[in-house]
Design a protein around this ligand. Structure first.
Ligand SMILES: [Zn+2]
Ligand SMILES: [Zn+2]
Length: 324
């Protein structure tokens, strides 16, 4: 069988932060300062997602920088009468920034009302991404009840540095195993506090530039980038880079920056397949599809890890549906 690219071979990878706060809500940097900081660090795309406030910072657009427009919808409450605090935060990203319109949000935490809001957001011209699952403390049955989610935060740097709850691997695993699909993204959710009130911290930008999404698009335009996000032409990372990923001759092939392990996940416990070495010397992996335990479903994805613990996460692909 010939080669099937899982992320298109043509186009360019653009580095993106798809979740960001500014002085328009509770962030400390202005949109212009965010743009300068991220461009210095090699980013081409920032989605401005201030809390419950939708603003298109069109004036920041230039040849090498694309601002995406969106907002974060916070639905906070308690799980039942007297229950523990619980949150459901979603980033709405506009597909057409001039036309998208904010929608009403539920004033209490209620899964059914949240789903109705997601539907309204989609009708109003947004895609909807699920934020920081570990930090939010939703129960499995709560987040698995969500419908209409396009991207899923497998890593949120702000949640990691402020509370140690930045990794959403387990929740993403449960999401995929339940038959749901959403594209994995890693974000910063940066607020850029000079110091945290609880006792100091690194510098003013320390919750920036930790989690990123690499988007493969034909050009750096609003339409091309949002098309690529909607098609899942992306991967999430807080360190390792992926250069190419494709199926060829019943193998999943990955070319990547140096890592110490490549793990193939299916929907079983333990990896379906993995390679490890003691150093960060793996830059190419050929994974036999025969290792996928089809009795658990045909979905496979890869997680790459470096010795410093930094990871990259790929989409989950349905091999049966793709005819592999
Ligand atoms: Zn949030
Ligand atoms: Zn946020």
């Amino acid at each position: 069988m010939g080669r099937t690219d899982l992320i298109p071979a043509e186009g360019n990878f653009y580095k993106a932060n798809l979740h960001c706060h500014t002085t328009y809500s509770d962030g400390m940097l202005t949109p212009q300062q965010v743009k300068e900081l991220y461009m210095e660090r090699g980013y081409s795309i920032v989605a401005f997602t201030d809390h419950n406030r939708y603003v298109y910072h069109k004036e920041l657009s230039e040849e090498r920088f694309l601002p995406l427009a969106g907002y974060e919808v916070n639905n906070d409450g308690r799980k039942g009468e007297g229950g523990h605090p619980i949150a459901d935060h979603l980033c709405a990203l506009a597909l057409d920034p001039e036309r998208a319109q904010m929608v009403e949000r539920p004033v209490v935490y209620d899964s059914e009302k949240i789903n109705e809001m997601i539907q309204r957001l989609r009708e109003a011209g947004f895609i909807v991404n699920y934020n920081h699952p570990a930090w939010s403390l939703e129960h499995t049955e709560d987040f698995l009840a969500l419908h209409g989610i396009t991207c899923f935060e497998v890593f949120n740097y702000g949640a990691e540095v402020s509370t140690g709850a930045g990794y959403g691997d387990q929740q993403y695993d449960l999401w995929v195993k339940s038959g749901r699909r959403a594209f994995p993204i890693a974000t910063d959710d940066n607020h850029n506090p000079p110091v945290y009130e609880t006792g100091g911290g690194p510098g003013p930008d320390f919750d920036s530039c930790g989690g990123f999404t690499m988007i493969k698009a034909r050009e750096l335009t609003y339409r091309a980038v949002t098309d690529a996000i909607c098609a899942g032409h992306l991967y999430a990372s807080n360190g390792p880079l992926i250069e190419g990923i494709y199926l060829e001759n019943d193998r999943l092939v990955i070319d990547c920056g140096p890592v110490c392990s490549v793990m193939m996940k299916d929907c079983g416990i333990n990896n379906a397949w993995a390679i490890y070495d003691g150093a960060d010397s793996i830059t190419h992996a050929e994974i036999p599809l025969s290792a996928v335990r089809r009795e658990f479903g045909g979905a496979v994805r890869a997680v790459l890890m470096r010795k410093d613990g930094k990871r990259a996460w790929t989409n989950a692909w349905d091999l049966d549906e793709m005819g592999f």
